[in-house]
Design a protein around this ligand. Sequence first.
Ligand code: BGC
Length: 766
Amino acid sequence: MIRSSDKSYPRFRIINMFSLLFLGIVFFNHLPLDCLAQMKGDKYLSRIDSLISRMTLQEKIGQMSQFNGFGGQIPDQFREKIKAGLVGSVLNEVDPVTVNELQRIAVEESRLGIPLLIGRDVIHGFKTILPIPLGQAASWNPELVEAGARMAALEAKSVGVNWTFAPMVDITRDPRWGRIAESLGEDPYLASRLAAAMVRGFQGNHLSEHGRIAACAKHFAGYGAAEGGRDYNTANIPENELRDVYLPPFRACVDQNVATIMSAFNEVNGVPATGNEFLLRQILRQEWRFKGFVVSDWESVIQQVTHGFLPDLESAAAQAIKSGVDMEMASTSYADYIPGLLKSNRITEEQINEAVKRILQVKFLLGLFEHPYTDSSEYPPLVNDAHREIAKKIATQSVVLLKNQNKILPISSQVKKIAVIGPLANAPYEQLGTWIFDGEKKHSITPYQAIREYHDGFYEVAFAKGLEVSRTRDKKGFPEAIAAAQKSDIVLLFLGEESILSGESHCRADIDLPGAQEELVEVINQTGKPIVAVILAGRPLTIRSILDKVRAVVYAWHPGTMAGPAIVDLLFGVESPSGKLPVTFPTHVGQIPIYYAHKNTGKPATKESWIKMEDIPVEAFQLSIGNTSHYLDEGFEPLFPFGYGLSYTKFEYKDIQLSQNEIPLQGQVEISALVTNTGEYGADEIVQLYIRDLYASCTQPVKELKGFKRIHLNPGESKRVTFKLNAEDLAFYNQQMQRVSEPGSFRVWIGGDSDAQLKAEFEVME
Ligand code: BGC
């Protein structure tokens, strides 16, 4: 094992750190057309077969093994290993000279000359950092998200990286979980659309296109359902929920021909995901006919022993191979135990050949046998203006305006003096977010810098941090912050979480603003100056306590390299906010899990039925009649619902129309509504379609997103926005685990968030 310590922060690891014959006709139905064309003539297939027939067992195991890089070094021992054909992939090596040397050893000095897969967590940008994936999800803009992934692929490929461990498509409904930052939110439909977009962005139409890299949908599966939002924790997910909620984004990636899938760290219903034949063989390979390869997560093969699932590493290797984990990341149980396992017939030669074929297929599709080396000069420079522009555009569209009392935003031209306060106003590293192995703060433009750059001379700008970092309780900066506020007409208060407070294994039990930030809001509020809170964070934070003290809340997530220009354009009205929440915001951590697509229960809560704790008489007789599903102290409603987000203009929704009120089971219905911009600004709106299956053989959520469109309306302009729904869109998994569309009554809503009120009903007839 090369990883020195599981406890080291991931970013420190870099420092230490495919005929017809064998895959069947179905395979061709699942490849993009141009890929198919390349496959005709059996170009790769015969080469793969020929290679495999010449490979020793050790060389096959080599292909199935991935090792961590050495931070720009190639120790002699590792050189020999590659030469001997014992390495299939290297991760975390991003120096182009070193990467080319690694490839040269593999291609020129190993017996069979098989190039390496160079893996890297290119999660939200490579050098030019995009908003964290949760932020990108708030843009509800698949085209833009695709452009972002394309840009990230181009930058990564220029240094020789040909495989990213992204997109992460784990659905999560728990903001305590640190990796929510890396997720596409709580909703299977939204996440599926965006996950597919990311795969297209990374992989293009064909993996061998210039600047494309293999994608990896992770973590299969159920990782985001960790109990208590604590990373790596147990996940217990009923099978129909697994299939209806957690698996669709993975399916969407498979439908986009994602090259690889990563098995998860967690156990699901008692079986570790990395040894899970149900997930990896039955669902992924048999049901979905996935043709790429599966890589384990970091040491997740050997962790099957730690989970208490298997007695020893040998069994762990056997189980992962039986399950279809083709490549082992970081640990070496395949290298150590496959020969013995074959001798004792615990695994078969066919299983090994299958894994090797899948891995070689991706190498061929990437064009690595023809072009193993990278030539950075064939690529645009890193962090170029065009890339910055994409990053800025995504950041702009990812920002969600949660409150805007008396239209304090955009900042009026009457304002002359601005105080920029807070630990995140000028924190170039912290605005980048988690998983930015290659991002550098020197490229960041902070909000404070952007205000100075764009608006100095027009406004008088005072700056004070108030708090050195987001989590400190040391209030020595308060007096300076108060003084800055007192001299100003308006206070821009940049609050939130540092990057390291979210991400892998960085979970929080309390998701309030950390440190003394609430107190900072309090003291600034006491100056009487109007406050605009801009929050940079890796997750939804419980911000109720500051809501009545601030006039506006701008939720910016961790926006990346171009945080400053994006936020400043929004604050000063160059752009109108258009982001919408991809996740429900709780009032209090105790409400978690809280998500919009919940079931109704037999006693659904209503505003009228909620009994508040303070309204209960002392020694009240215990009576449950009339009581409903709510918390005495925290009610049942979120602070902000899924899909929510304000604009500088107003959108009116009316005149919902259905193409028909009754449709046959295999039919289609069109639903439309008239959306009008009744305000003063031209702006984008994300028009959302929700449905409810009113009764079903397996109860269905009270609302489910089934469509969305980002439209632009000028002041006074109206557009009729139309969505189509067919039987497949209404289908769900029943108790027998069959995907069914059932006859019955359906309610549909069209609106600007999951609280949409404009509704209609239709019947699906037998
Ligand atoms: C993470 C994966 C990541 C891998 C390689 C693991 O700890 O769970 O998401 O791709 O490390 O860095």
